[in-house]
Design a protein around this ligand. Sequence first.
Ligand code: SF4
Ligand code: SF4
Length: 428
Amino acid sequence: MLLPKDRLTPLLEHLQTPSVRLYVPAQAGGKTTRFALYEPHITTAFHLVNTALPPKDLLFPQTQKMYRYGFDEAGVPYIDPIHDADEVIVFGLRPCDMASIECMDAVFLTKGYVDEFYAPRRERLLAVAIGCTAPAKTCFCDSMGGDANEAPQADIQLNETVDGAAWVVRANTAKGTDALASWSAYLLEEAPGETAPAPAPAPAPAPAPAPASATPAPTPAPAPAPASASATPAPTPASAAPHTPEIKQTACTLRVDMTGVKEKLDALYEHELWERIAKKCVTCGTCTYVCPTCHCFDIGQENRMREGERFRSWDSCMFSNYTLMAGHHNPRADKMPRVRQRFLHKLCFFEDRYGRSLCVGCGRCVEQCPVALDITELIDEIGRITPSASPSAPAPASTPAPASAPAPAPTTSAPSAAPLTPPPAKEA
Ligand code: SF4
Ligand code: SF4
């Protein structure tokens, strides 16, 4: 099935109904881009590799009411959970965004714990992903187990055809198959005997970021709305069937080698590199807020006389009060342990618990950290460290080194053992 690009706008208008909230990548005030509620005059941004702000707030809002509580008129106490899940379609997720949702699912839906506020939102989400055609210079998803072309976790996946005129559309889930039934008036059947997607050639190095030819024009010359109220385009005659729907294939140019990184980190808890890295960090928390997989939150409440509301809000392990406990004990009061915690959680601790990295290689933190603290440079440096030559102290009891240390990982960039060299830092 093909979705011609000039049918995107009519399709979006079809999908946006009173009972469904439709989100698309958009310019939302100033230069900030994020997934925003679709409306006719919105400035969509389907050409972006990924949005500046991740889509995680659609499943895990930055502030989310959880309960109302109080006393009723008879003086009986009550606690009412607030479940505000609507039907939501997110159209235009990138493969790394979908991988990040897989991480969030692991946290909020597995290991014997189902988050009652996340689960209904996830259940009512229809995820429509678009394969990338020109990853940004900060993208490295295919080093982190992903693929810039594929989003197997998405309900529906679109891949741009080589001629750039359409997307090949396919459903990856039963929910996606059901949803596609309502898209049929906007889709073209492929030519008889063809399959989609076409066999993928070996991934070629990605072109320079966002070349004009690889930038999917948002909606070139939107098709005029048909006379019918449903805005359904006229059926396409069979003779207009497209040619072979070969799709564009791409790969990230930024690469890291994760071989042995987790195992090395198990033994590098006390390594001097953490102090060095922490000197750069200004603990602004940007990296955690723009990260699609960071999921820490704090719980607060607001009381009004005999009633109140409890809510949760995003928190950040980069903030000093994140670990502040009653009695003013704070195990991570200093900056270095907080910086170390963030990277170890991404590259080590999450894998211990869930079997995969908590970094999906979206590059947002690389792009937006104000002091250019770059997780890919850290991974490169860890790859260059020889455990026996490590100036680190023995691993603490909480993070024991594996019984058999793996061979040193091959270097991924310059073979010279240059340390993680910070550019001039804005000192905290
Ligand atoms: S690593 Fe960068 S973005 Fe993250 S808290 Fe430190 S300075 Fe801010
Ligand atoms: S750690 Fe950085 S690159 Fe990795 S998923 Fe988070 S924002 Fe993206």
